[in-house]
Write a protein that binds this ligand. Structure first.
Ligand code: MN
Length: 343
């Protein structure tokens, strides 16, 4: 973003805050008639906080580099959005009281006319009404996903026998284990008896990590796999690792050197805004929270032993022939949208 754009965005936010403040003087009294005072006051406090942040930004903008300013601006933007949504909720509560002497809708409509320029900061505004996710998995209801190809599709890299055992027996047992742990914990919440909570939390972590990683693992492979990644994923790999070959070498070595059972995992870090390669010993150890796995390689013995015996290295080297880069790119495209404030 150009320096000029930053200043324009800052100006827009300031204008928005000022206009909201003006309207608030009238709105507050009306709201206080029908809505709990602390709710109204809390909203006003938040508005004041945004005002302070905007003033700070205005006064210090020449000292800050543009990068920092944009991050800060986006954050203030996010806060404005939350505030706007909360305002909508307050006015909805107000309208439910049935007091028709005042047309509160008109007030909220006016507010919308003072929204900040969406496109300048990719700021999408939506009216906030919460509803539960339609397709959430209830406790104990995880399912074994079907293999996206036939058992023998990855031959000769990975044999039919391994795929059958790996998917039908090993992955299935993670699903069953996770379901069991979740139901046990649901029961603990009902009865209030948490005596075995440590055990079931461990079971949920172990089996949950196993279930989720295997679910990705089947999809990051394909009978038409191999080759190199393309497009933005390739650009990002080059940017973060120097070249595709350096990345491949690093990932390969990480996989071969996992101590005991485990995984090699390429992740996008929403915090650092870059890719990284991690090892996970077993499933749940040595991994990082706050990251999104993109490319995962199972180096548990059950993933290769029948075919490769003790030659884990050969399995890892051959595995690259079945990597489904299109799927990895799809995950990357979604995951990169997550960008927390970096620290
Ligand atoms: Mn496995």
């Amino acid at each position: 973003m150009e320096q000029e754009g930053v200043h324009q965005a800052l100006y827009d936010i300031e204008e928005w805050v000022t206009s909201v403040k003006d309207k608030w003087i009238n709105a507050k009294d009306l709201l206080l008639k029908h809505i709990r005072e602390d709710e109204v006051n809390e909203w006003e406090r938040d508005l004041g906080e945004i005002q302070t942040r905007v003033d700070l930004l205005k006064n210090n903008r020449s000292d800050q580099d543009t990068e920092n300013l944009i991050v800060e601006l986006k954050d203030v933007h996010e806060q404005c959005k939350i505030l706007h949504d909360e305002y909508s909720q307050l006015s909805e509560k107000f309208s439910r009281t049935g007091d028709s002497e005042l047309d509160f809708e008109t007030e909220t409509t006016k507010h919308k006319n003072h929204e900040i320029d969406d496109e300048r900061l990719d700021f999408k505004k939506s009216k906030h009404t919460w509803s539960p996710p339609k397709d959430s998995v209830k406790p104990g209801k995880h399912k074994l996903p079907p293999l996206p190809y036939s058992y023998d599709a990855l031959e000769p890299t990975i044999s039919e026998e391994i795929m059958k055992l790996h998917h039908d027996i090993h992955h299935k047992s993670y699903v069953d284990g996770l379901n069991k742990a979740e139901l046990k914990m649901e029961n603990a919440r009902k009865t209030g008896n948490f005596d075995l909570i440590r055990h079931w939390e461990r079971e949920a972590a172990f089996n949950g990590a196993g279930h989720y990683l295997h679910t990705i693992f089947w999809d990051v492979m394909s009978p038409n796999g191999g080759g190199k990644p393309k497009g933005d994923l390739l650009n990002q790999i080059k940017y973060d690792f120097g070249s595709y070959n350096t990345f491949k070498k690093h990932f390969t070595e990480a996989a071969k050197n996992v101590e005991g059972p485990g995984w090699a995992i390429l992740v996008w870090s929403p915090r650092s805004h870059r890719l990284a390669i991690l090892q996970a010993e077993k499933h749940q150890n040595l991994s990082q929270w706050d990251v999104v796995p993109l490319l995962v390689l199972d180096v548990w013995e059950h993933a290769y032993y029948l075919q490769y015996k003790t030659d884990k290295d050969k399995y890892v080297d051959n595995w690259w022939d079945v990597v489904n880069w299109d799927y990895v790119a799809k995950r990357f495209k979604e995951a990169e949208k997550l960008q927390w404030k970096p620290y």
